[in-house]
Design a protein around this ligand. Structure first.
Ligand SMILES: [Zn+2]
Length: 135
């Protein structure tokens, strides 16, 4: 995932990332970040370059969920890992730590996919099997 000029690895698929805010009932909010009302990012093939640009990588490009073209406030919301409702409720405490970590193309090379996910679907076992079947 690319936002605010930084690439992150999320702990779960884009459409399963859950808000970290605490609700008034003291439970963790169960809303996803990606809702039908909020602007969606775009899967793109982007250069899979290491931070220093020198290291050899298994692939030139990688599939990235790019939200860097969304409004700045939306990118901040994703980085804070809050649903649209809690993005505007700064008084609600975070009940969980955000699941994003800085993407490291060497350490996280298993997450580098050189093909975009099928439209309207997230990468799942089926698409991985299809990739594996290719020569
Ligand atoms: Zn929430």
């Amino acid at each position: 995932m690319q936002l605010l000029y930084v690439r992150y690895l999320a702990a779960r698929p884009v459409d399963e990332i859950q808000c970290v805010a605490q609700t008034r009932r003291r439970y963790r909010c169960t809303s996803p970040l990606l809702t039908s009302e909020s602007p969606a990012g775009t899967w793109r093939l982007m250069p899979a370059t290491a931070a220093d640009g020198q290291l050899a990588l298994p692939a030139d490009v990688m599939a990235v969920y790019d939200i860097s073209r969304l409004p700045y406030a939306e990118q901040l919301r994703w980085r804070a890992q809050r649903c649209p409702q809690h993005a505007t409720t700064p008084t609600a405490a975070d009940l969980a730590v955000a699941d994003f970590e800085l993407f490291d193309p060497i350490r996280h090379h298993a997450h580098i996919h050189t093909r975009l996910p099928a439209p309207a679907r997230r990468p799942g076992p089926a698409s991985r099997a299809r990739q594996a079947a290719r020569p």
